[in-house]
Design a protein around this ligand. Structure first.
Ligand code: SAM
Length: 372
């Protein structure tokens, strides 16, 4: 079903080890998505103050590790922004790079084969949009923490890609019984059993993010925080503030353009979920149509968690500066930052309570509600 040329990553026994293609379209999309993330974060990093603090040039040699670095765009911009720091990006597949900043290098490494060779060396460990990468997320998080120097900062950015009506409620999915639901939601959900077939359970990763990092032994709980980022798909949210309205429109357009590309790249995952070729073709057509309409006012949830390894004196830098799209009462809220574990865990529980049994079936049962 899928074009083998775009999926070079298979293990010795011929099984795929990563669900998305590595072709130019996907790489260009990752760069577009990077720009879209920066608009939402208002910076290269959501916790810029903490990054500035741990990468303070006055205090010795600085090192940054990015796991699953993709096109390398985050690493390259980090290298430019912090020229005194050395940035290492690792990925299972390296991209050809020219004119790299001298303080930026890339290596091939399978993050599922352990991170021992990186232990204790880094001031920042970062991973973004790697939900479909870690075979054992609980162990992977501890492995990442072990790569930190004392006081080093771990940052994880995840995107669940499930659609919400607002910040708290899952969006209804198109089924035979509910033709008013979203085809896009359906297409997203079909990836879950497909990823499981490839040996990665995204729900395990999500569960780790739901807990935040507060209880992680290697991290200082006072330095831990989490952010919920609700990204509109399409330019539908409005605001009485003209500047804010323009910014929301831009965010919505960027993310819609990103999804118009990426849903075409889920072919292998749908196939692994047991979907037929004809159902795949129908789904692609319907999602393309839906993303061009405004009938479904939907958003995705991105989440970020971060915290610092024990062994430093906490400073007021743990207080977050206001961000451009942080809550304004009465308008679509893109970003909120949470310093309380209880609040974060409760938000996750409330959100999961809006999943219907049918949605769980989509996430867990291959070929559930097959159409063709
Ligand atoms: C969705 S992309 C995200 C790329 C980048 N972090 C970003 O935010 O643009 C996931 C990346 O993880 C890489 N990857 C997949 N499996 C991996 C593994 N086992 N070890 C290291 N990298 C892996 C893929 O090659 C891909 O570049």
């Amino acid at each position: 079903m899928a074009d083998e040329r775009t999926y070079p990553l298979t293990s010795d026994d011929g099984k795929p080890i990563y669900g998305l293609p590595h072709d130019d379209k996907e790489l260009n999309r990752l760069d577009l998505q990077h720009e879209a993330v920066k608009i939402v974060f208002g910076d290269l990093n959501i916790c810029k103050d903490q990054v500035d603090n741990v990468l303070d040039p006055l205090d010795g040699q600085r090192r940054v590790l990015d796991l699953g670095s993709g096109t390398g765009v985050w690493c390259i911009e980090m290298a430019e922004m912090y020229p005194h720091a050395n940035i290492l990006g690792v990925d299972i597949k390296l991209q050809e790079q020219s004119n790299l900043p001298p303080n930026c290098v890339f290596e091939i490494w399978d993050v599922n084969s352990g991170l021992e060779r990186f232990y204790g060396q880094f001031d920042v460990v970062h991973t973004r949009f790697t939900t479909g990468v870690f075979a054992n997320p609980q162990t992977a998080l501890i492995e990442m923490e072990r790569c930190l120097k004392p006081g080093g900062l771990l940052i994880i950015i995840s995107a669940s890609f499930l659609l919400s009506e607002d910040r708290k409620t899952m969006y209804p999915v198109y089924t035979k019984a509910n033709p008013q639901g979203s085809w896009f939601q359906r297409s997203v959900m079909k990836n879950f059993p497909g990823l499981k077939k490839l040996g990665v359970d995204p729900q395990l990763f999500e569960r780790e993010i739901d807990k935040g990092l507060w209880k992680h032994e290697l991290l200082d709980p006072l330095s831990c925080a989490a952010a919920l980022i609700t990204v509109p798909i399409g330019p539908w949210p409005t605001s009485p503030d003209t500047k804010e309205a323009a910014q929301l429109r831009k965010v919505g357009e960027y993310w819609r353009d990103n999804f118009l590309i990426v849903h075409h790249h889920w072919e292998r995952l749908h196939e692994a979920s047991g979907r037929s070729r004809s159902e795949w073709e129908l789904t692609v057509r319907k999602v393309d149509e839906e993303l061009h309409e405004t009938r479904h006012r939907v958003a995705i949830h991105m989440r970020a968690v971060w915290g610092r390894a024990r062994g430093f004196n906490p400073s007021p830098s743990t207080v977050q500066r206001p961000l451009p799209l942080e809550s304004s009462p009465g308008i679509f809220q893109v970003l909120s930052i949470h310093h309380s574990e209880d609040e974060w865990v409760r938000m996750g529980e409330e959100y999961r309570a809006t999943f219907t049994p049918e949605m769980y079936s989509f996430l867990n049962i291959p070929n559930f509600d097959a159409l063709l």
